[in-house]
Write a protein that binds this ligand. Structure first.
Ligand code: TPP
Ligand code: MG
Length: 1016
């Protein structure tokens, strides 16, 4: 039986053109296979088949206009078994999967419920029975009594009183030792009760010795470098505070990548790098000479100041030192890992993403800005460790408050599992003796400024100032010496407490975990830097300080060796080295280590781009639309399609990308729990657990972090992916430049698309939206390759070459392409221009009229079209010939110019080479007039590399709202200004009389007295 395939509801559009027919008569197709592609003036979208079957007739051809209900084709769906699509088998299998999928959430829910009901293990000596908060009530009568009491209080004394009683009950529960978080902020004690702490299986003595050696070598590295050259700088105090936090992870938790396992990913706090190097030195991965050359990277095999994958590509994985970037990148890394798993591209091996951050670092909006995404997406593969040493660079983080409590409230409020590691084991006994809760009260009331001061002083100071406030507390420590009091340690320095916290974190299901570890900045540095305000910048230790440090950590060095600041590494057969290596071997290998075993993505079939190289005929479209068309075609390529990661921060409709929603789905880890209101429409909002689009919401920071996660997936997950992040060009580089810089450092591969770009193409949006400088900002990132194409074929050639370079050649570059929202016709690709497109310019058209006066017109992006119009006027009205050049990239031309110039200067006796731009222009007549929709600086970049007179025009100044025509007039990049300025330039070059320019000024009503737009 034949059934018609009509155009479904396509939203607000009527009479939409068919631009592609994707089936032939006789084709056997599956439900949802595309039949045709429709294109409105804003977007293109494929129409899927509503059922399986065989196409029996086609009712449309390319160029036809259709509306909702128009019949596209007929399909026979009672085809014989033999003819059924091969995929049928797979579909059947999928059906089974689908069922499992629908069961899974229920199972997960049950597990989740059961797990969340597991509460504090009862103290051994007094076993108690607890009602399961989410389970059945074990004593309904008792519950009813409590409820009746509450009701009576509410009735007789009102809500305030009821509130007071409830608060009292909770306080009492805490005082009695309940560790269930009943409030957003819990008392200032460890979250994990002593009784339930999981004990470390490690040999604590050896681990302490190893840690001490790492501490020493880390400090020595910084002191040595600064002795050599005080300019070099560095940090001792940060790692000193974090050593235990790293050591426990390295010895017991962080599994390396190897041929059996994908590896945990650890974002180290940037300026703790010396400690990470010091461990790698003991492991034999770095040499003493490399340590000697800490912070010396020019001409020697030195070590980067901070984690820089670009500079140490086999070692560092994540650039973290620009504060705030590590945390946000790690969140999106964790999400991207789940994305790959849910899409079936990556095995779920329970890998974890750990991020270390400073407490001061949490001031950065990037640090906390995405934490709700982590809980919303149930990222139980993510663990934050915040080193709360209470200090940042200048002084206390929250001198008048408590950073740990503040962060606890924020993270718990955001739905994270919060583990506070405040007090070390030496406090356990005191807390056990504190029957009245007075010690906890004192702990709660002290502020961080005081806690810092305690550790900057000594035991007797702590006795007086902390315990001394209450006689009962003074009594509590009366039998302890000052030395004993001084030994009362902080949780983050206690390997037992840290181990227990990490153990719980890795076992937590359904939510991310944050560990808030209290430490001491400059731990062990004594009077030279322990817990004092200048600790952060302490990079020199005098002899006395070094001797103290040696003694404090029992480093087996003589006084002379200490004076020489020697590194210490025990022999290969020593207990320490054997232990350390064995631990890492058990955990799968080295960490950090950057490798890639990804298979290159096969290049797409050539015909995928064929349509883009043809003329669009009468059809007008923007380059943003051309991009969407190209991506839609690429989604039909079986090699490329699964690897494409379209990333959009809530602007899919602006860019005409809403067709992707239905076609490839929006990634949503929970699938779609609702029927979207537009479900009957062709571009309905379809969320899917296997969805491909990363719809980020309004966060350029988040979208950029996803871009980096996807673009570095070739190293972090051994899978090459192709992120295409499309954004409003104004909210790209300008907004998230630091992340783009980090993308470069990370060796990210992918395409950044600055859509609706240029100062005058986004007419109505005004000053805050109109971008005239993103291309200039792009030029500052060394491994960013940027283009400002005008025509669809240019875009296709560039994109295709990008895939070749990043995936065939494995070059660690990324692209920035600007696309516009101005609709115009696209010509057929001129012959032999591919190389020029990629190099940055090619001859688009020659206007040969009388052969008398000539000018070289260079245009980029949308302004190339202005140059073409100006060339026509110059030819027709003034008999002036011109060569019109399409400049696809002033940035690439500049790179070539710089390189050639440098080579020539270094080889003065050799034959001097020509820059590419000079090669193009030197034999051609007349001055050069160059213009773009960006600031003049953009075109000015090639000025030094040409030998002709050069005039550049652009859109310097703030944007504003108006029509494109008026904006181009205002910025003086319309055809009238270009003609006038060209005539004037030719007069200046003595090639024509100046009267022509004067006449043009009058003819076009150009106001000579209008100020230059940079002041308006
Ligand atoms: C974006 C950014 N701003 C400023 C700095 C300079 N800086 C480096 S470390 C630091 C203080 C860090 O304090 P905290 O986060 O508490 O780390 P700690 O050293 O105490 O562990 C500052 C301001 C930076 N690295 N990045
Ligand atoms: Mg700090």
């Amino acid at each position: 039986m034949s059934t018609e395939i009509p155009v479904p509801d396509i939203g607000d559009f009527d009479s939409v053109e068919i631009i592609e027919i994707l089936v032939k008569i006789g084709d056997i197709i599956k439900k949802n296979d595309p039949i045709v592609t429709l294109e409105s003036d804003k977007s293109s979208v494929e129409v899927p088949s509503p059922l399986d079957g065989k196409i029996s007739s086609l009712k449309v051809k390319i160029g036809d206009k259709v509306s909702k209900g128009s019949v596209l084709a007929y399909i026979e769906n009672d085809i014989s078994k033999k003819e059924k699509p091969k995929e049928e088998e797979k579909i059947k299998k999928n059906e089974v999967n689908k069922k499992t999928e629908s069961i899974l959430p229920l199972t997960e829910q049950i597990i989740e419920q059961a797990e969340s009901s597991i509460i504090q293990k009862p103290k051994k000596e007094t076993p108690k029975v607890y009602a399961r908060p989410n389970g059945p009530d074990i004593d309904p009568a008792e519950t009813q009594e409590w409820l009746d009491s509450l009701e009576a209080i509410l009735k007789n004394d009102g809500t305030d009183r009821a509130h007071y009683i409830l608060k009292k009950l909770i306080d009492e529960a805490y005082r009695e030792g309940s560790h269930q978080a009943l409030t957003r902020i819990t008392p200032y004690i460890n979250t994990i009760p002593v009784e339930t702490e999981v004990k470390s299986p490690g040999d604590q003595n050896i681990e302490r010795r190893i840690r001490s050696l790492i501490r020493w070598n880390a400090a020595a590295m910084v002191v040595k470098a600064n002795k050599k050259n005080p300019e070099l700088g560095g940090h001792i105090g940060t790692f000193a505070s974090a050593a235990t936090l790293y050591d426990v992870g390295m010895n017991h938790f962080w599994r390396a990548k190897n041929n059996k396992f994908g590896g945990d990913l650890v974002y180290f706090q940037g300026h703790s790098a010396p400690g990470i190097y010091a461990r790698a030195f003991l492991e034999g991965r770095l040499s003493a000479s490399q340590l000697e050359n800490f912070r010396q990277e020019v001409g020697v095999d030195g070590l980067s100041s901070y984690p820089h994958p670009w500079l140490m590509p086999k070692f560092w994985q994540f650039p973290t030192v620009s504060m705030g970037l590590g945390p946000v990148l790690s969140i999106y890394q964790a999400r991207f890992t789940k994305y790959l798993i849910n899409r079936g591209l990556l095995k779920d091996e329970g890998r974890k993403i750990w991020a270390f951050l400073g407490d001061g670092e949490t001031d950065e909006p990037e640090s906390l800005g995405a934490i709700t995404l982590a809980s919303r997406e149930k990222l139980d593969n993510l663990i934050f460790v915040i080193n709360c040493n209470l200090q940042r660079l200048d002084g206390p983080v929250r001198g008048n408050g408590k950073i740990i409590q503040e962060l606890e409230g924020i993270f718990r409020g955001a739905g994270w599992n919060v583990i506070k590691v405040i007090w070390g084991s030496y406090w356990d006994q005191l807390l056990a003796k504190d029957k009245t809760g007075l010690l906890i009260k004192r702990m709660n009331e002290c502020v961080d400024g005081e806690y810092q001061a305690f550790k900057a002083n000594n035991g007797s100071y702590v006795r007086e100032k902390f315990f001394g406030k209450y006689p009962e507390l003074k009594d509590l420590v009366s039998s302890m010496t000052d030395r004993d009091i001084w030994k009362l340690n902080r949780g983050g320095h206690d390997p037992h407490k840290v181990y227990a916290a990490y153990d719980e974190a890795v076992k937590t299901k359904g939510k991310p975990t944050v560990i808030l570890a209290k430490t001491i900045k400059g731990y062990g540095m004594g009077k030279s830097g322990e817990s004092i305000n200048i600790t952060h910048q302490q990079k020199k230790l005098d002899e006395e300080d070094l001797l103290y440090y040696r003694d404090r950590f029992d480093i087996p060095l003589t006084d002379k060796q200490v004076r020489n600041i020697e590194f210490y590494k025990p022999g290969e057969k020593s207990e320490e080295i054997k232990y350390l290596k064995e631990r890492r071997m058990k955990l799968g290998g080295n960490l950090p280590e950057r490798t890639s075993y990804a298979k290159p993505i096969k290049k797409p079939a050539k015909d995928i781009f064929e349509n883009m190289l043809k003329s669009s005929g009468d059809r007008e479209m923007s380059t943003t639309m051309a991009l969407v068309r190209m991506l839609t075609s690429l989604l039909r390529d079986k090699n490329i399609s699964p690897k494409l990661v379209p990333i959009i921060p809530d602007e899919a409709r602006t860019f005409g990308m809403e067709g992707f929603f239905r076609k490839i789905g929006i990634y949503a880890h929970e699938g779609q729990k609702y029927e979207p209101e537009d479900s009957d429409q062709l571009s309905s909002y379809r969320e899917d657990k296997k969805g491909q689009v990363l719809e980020e919401g309004i966060t350029e920071t988040g979208a950029m972090s996803s871009f980096i996660a996807a673009g570095t997936s070739y190293t972090n997950h051994d899978i090459e992916m192709i992120p295409v992040y499309t954004f409003y060009s104004m909210f790209g580089f300008q907004r998230v430049m630091d992340l783009i810089w980090a993308a470069g450092d990370s060796q990210t591969r992918g395409f950044l698309i600055g859509a609706t770009s240029g100062r005058t193409t986004l007419a109505g949006e005004g000053l805050q939206h109109q971008d005239g400088h993103s291309q200039i900002l792009a030029s500052t990132v060394p491994n960013c390759v940027s283009y400002d194409p005008t025509f669809a074929y240019e875009l296709a050639i560039i994109f295709q070459d990008g895939l070749r370079r990043m995936h065939d050649n494995q070059e660690n570059i990324f692209y920035y392409l600007t696309t516009m929202n101005e609709n115009y016709q696209h010509p057929v690709m001129p012959k032999d221009c591919e190389k020029g497109i990629l190099k940055g310019m090619y001859l688009f058209k020659e206007f040969n009229n009388k052969g008398k006066t000539k000018v070289q017109l260079l245009g980029s992006g949308t302004i190339l079209r202005v140059m073409i119009s100006a060339a026509e006027i110059l030819s027709k009205e003034y008999n002036i010939d011109s060569d019109v050049w399409s400049v696809t990239s002033f940035n690439e031309l500049r790179k070539d110019g710089m390189t050639v110039e440098r080579k020539n200067l270094l080889n003065p006796t050799e034959k001097q080479e020509k820059s590419y731009v000079e090669d193009c222009l030197s034999k051609r007549g007349g001055p050069i007039i160059a213009a773009s929709d960006y600031m003049r600086t953009f075109a000015d970049q090639i000025r030094p590399y040409v030998s002709k007179a050069f005039y550049s025009f652009g859109t310097d100044g703030y944007g504003r709202s108006d029509s494109r025509k008026n904006l181009r007039k205002f910025f003086e990049v319309d055809k009238e200004h270009i003609v006038t300025y060209t005539l004037s330039a030719l007069a200046k070059e003595q090639l024509i009389s100046s009267k022509y320019a004067e006449q043009a000024i009058k003819k076009y009503n150009i106001d000579k007295n209008k100020p230059i737009p940079i002041v308006l």
